[in-house]
Ligand binder design. Sequence first.
Ligand code: F6P
Length: 546
Amino acid sequence: MSKLTESPAWQALRLHHAAIENVHMRQMFGEDPARFRKFSLEFDRLLFDYSKNRINDQTVRLLIELAEQARLPVWIERMFGGDRINNTEHRAALHTALRNRSGRPVPVDGKDVMPDVLRVLGSMRRFSDAVRNGEHRGHTGKAITDIVNIGIGGSDLGPQMVCESLKPYAADNLDVHFVSNIDSSHLTDTLNRLDAETTLFIVSSKTFTTQETITNARSARAWLVERLGNEHAVARHFAAVSTNLEATSKFGINPENVFEFWDWVGGRYSLWSAIGLPIALYVGMDRFEELLGGAHAMDEHFRHAPLDKNIPVLMGLLGIWYGNFFKADTNTMFPYDQHLHRFPAYLQQLDMESNGKRVDRDGQTVDYDTGLIVWGELGSNGQHAFFQLIHQGTRLIPSDFLAPMHSHHPLGEHHAIMMANCYAQTEALMLGKTAEEARAELKAQGLQGATLEALLPHKVFPGNKPTNTLLFDRLDPHTLGMLIALYEHKVFVQSVVWNINPFDQWGVELGKQLAGKILPELRDAASASSHDASTSSLIDYYHQHR
Ligand code: F6P
């Protein structure tokens, strides 16, 4: 057994789990009228209700002991303080510095990074203002009407999710598009709708070596040059965001339109950096800074609130409670807000690329489960698709429900109906429906005897399914910043307890290496080397059918 599973806090949780495993939340709510007050927190107009979880006072106390045993407060300070906590890449993880609005310095190896952060924010403001007010025009003198962000993973999902979430704040005269997929249909479908004279491309890539992004960027460049008939047009129609300034200049991007960030910003944590340029263009730099402000507010909460009053800490620990003790495999999130429709996809990268690790910080194979599988869908839509499995399937699936108190587009009873559905789901998941309740309902409908008994088991809901509910006032930039930072810190909390490095992603490398080897073999049948029988046959099939 590893140190973690042998530890006193872990062992105490195992014993406690055995004692509480079969206790129903109906009973817990029945026995404790103060349960909601006890297990909910409010911070900056964000309500976190975690009372519909399979926990009692002792569970929370033991989970906090687990966090203390893992020295979570020390790790939090190490992260904020710029220590090189990404130990396999020897880097700090300082996404919090990108949204540091406190005026405090943030040193990395004794050098304050804040002057560089503020300088790039200033360049983003100048550039986004110039494009938005028509000062920066296309090669033929027309104002820019469309931004195309070319990137993938963290250089796509974060800015895309934020732009979708903040649509109500967008300028009328500027649209934004995201091209990530190497399937040429993505680029082609996007460009078919656009006019080269009024289109600005942002090539977003931390490394500027990502095959998909560079290939899409080259094709976009060729499209632009062909349409505008002039290589010089590239200077006014291409910008880049990267840590690799040598590569952006090699690609031929005007250095005035290059926005840098630094190796201490992880790809999936980068939307706060210049990777957020499409956000600044779409909603304006003031709104982008409000987003940073919201994240900073959550950072301060995470850094200073006591562990048992700390929303990201509690969310992270609840995930561990279900993943490691109840053996839940997945964790879902259901935003009841149309504008958050890309949030689950964004969260999948954030969580699974961070905590999908099988060795600990010292390279030892872990003997406990780490990152849960994350999935989700817009609230009301999901109800009519897969909620059946959550209610009556055999697996335990802890879920987060997110909803605003106010819609950006109030319309009749829409919001009340949406909220009724959101609340009804968490209530149904917690309460379930007993055989007695189901029998009484069927009898009231006129059923009896064998017909009633045959239907009865299908009408029973076990309930006792855990949920968190997060309510916020309105999906504005500040609130969105808070929500994103909340999930970032939740992921960090879990990584600390599991003793894994959440800031590297070596698991994506093998596929990239092998794709590099297979590509020449697809280009030229003669160059085929030996693979396993399946892969060789698939390569042959490709040549036979092209
Ligand atoms: O392959 C995974 C990954 O490296 C992600 O971590 C990253 O967000 C994405 O690819 C894109 O990388 P880049 O910004 O360097 O193009």
